[in-house]
Design a binder for this molecule. Structure first.
Ligand code: 1HE
Length: 264
């Protein structure tokens, strides 16, 4: 029932701290990290109380796969009302990722399927290794996305591509995925977690106000009408520039004390 669904199962996640980075490992490898209610409740809990000293989050999967999506064994129990509650519960959990205080980076490998892809879409940066692949088998299972996928995924890859995935079961490879916007990084096998951690440490060094602006203001500005967006941008820029952190960093550049921007 809906009440029992809120009980967190801490064994489904491995949460750790690596310097300023909180790492959250999906930990149901025998079930290919399928997302059951206990895991989702645990994920919600650990995203609720992010310690002050944490400056970035990495979400990854234990085993060979990021996530096989919704745990289908739980689905057969639900009626329509419970389904609605379940979907909205997922929305709240994934909103905690998207609107997190700090940047969230997803390290992708193997199956990134259905709800697993919806989870990845809520993160701010996706790093995929060569084994990653993306699919939305909801169509063939007679269901629909329910974890915010129809809101977030079209913004990354477009409505037509998502419709094709759901209608025909099309699967995209990691290499295709980086071209089409599923991930921002494509890296060699076995290194998604390390790369995600490296990026997390880099973003952790940014001025907190810059990260706030990128996470909270940028997506809203991008969705706003242009005149509203431009005004929001001006206001955000003014607040950021007037922060002491910005002044210190710009002074350091002018004093030749910071690294120059060079091609990577
Ligand atoms: C699962 C799930 C799952 C694996 N729910 N139990 N997602 C899907 O439709 C994907 C379904 N899964 C697969 O296609 C495959 O399992 C994989 C390609 C991910 C992995 O294949 P493989 O050969 O490595 O493993 P396996 O033998 O298929 O699975 C190992 C076990 O995990 C097996 O259980 P067992 O008790 O027989 O050992 C599988 O049943 C179990 N398992 N995936 C439940 N998803 C909010 S709306 C979101 C809607 C969706 O996400 S729909 C997409 C659902």
């Amino acid at each position: 029932n809906a009440q029992a669904a809120t009980l967190a199962d801490p064994s489904t996640l491995v949460v750790d701290t690596v310097g300023p980075v909180l790492t959250i490992g999906l930990n149901r490898p025998k079930k290919r990290n399928a997302l059951n209610d206990g895991l989702m409740a645990a994920l919600k809990d650990c995203l609720t109380e992010i310690p002050d000293e944490i400056r970035a989050v990495v979400i990854h999967g234990h085993g060979d796969h990021f996530s096989a999506g919704l745990d289908l064994s739980e689905l057969r129990e639900r009626d329509a009302t419970e389904g609605l509650v379940h979907s909205q519960t997922w929305h709240r959990v994934f909103d905690r990722i998207q609107y997190c205080r700090v940047p969230v980076i997803a390290a992708l490998k193997g199956a990134v399927i259905g709800g697993g892809l919806e989870l990845a879409c809520a993160a701010h940066i996706r790093v995929a290794e060569a084994s990653a692949y993306y699919a939305l088998p909801e169509g063939s299972r007679g269901i629909f996305v329910g974890g915010g996928g129809s809101v977030r995924l079209p913004r990354l890859i477009g409505v037509a591509r998502m419709a094709d995935m759901m209608l025909t079961g099309r699967v995209y490879s990691a290499a295709e995925g980086v071209v089409h916007g599923f991930s921002q990084y494509l890296i060699e096998a076995g290194s998604a977690y390390d790369k995600a951690l490296e990026l997390a440490n880099r973003v952790a060094q940014n001025a907190p106000l810059t990260n706030f602006a990128v996470l909270q203001a940028l997506p809203m500005i991008a969705e706003a009408n242009p005149q509203t967006g431009l005004l929001m941008e001006s206001l955000m820029a003014t607040v950021a520039q007037s922060d002491q952190e910005a002044k210190t960093r710009i002074r350091a550049f002018l004093d030749h004390k910071t690294a120059k921007v060079r091609p990577s």
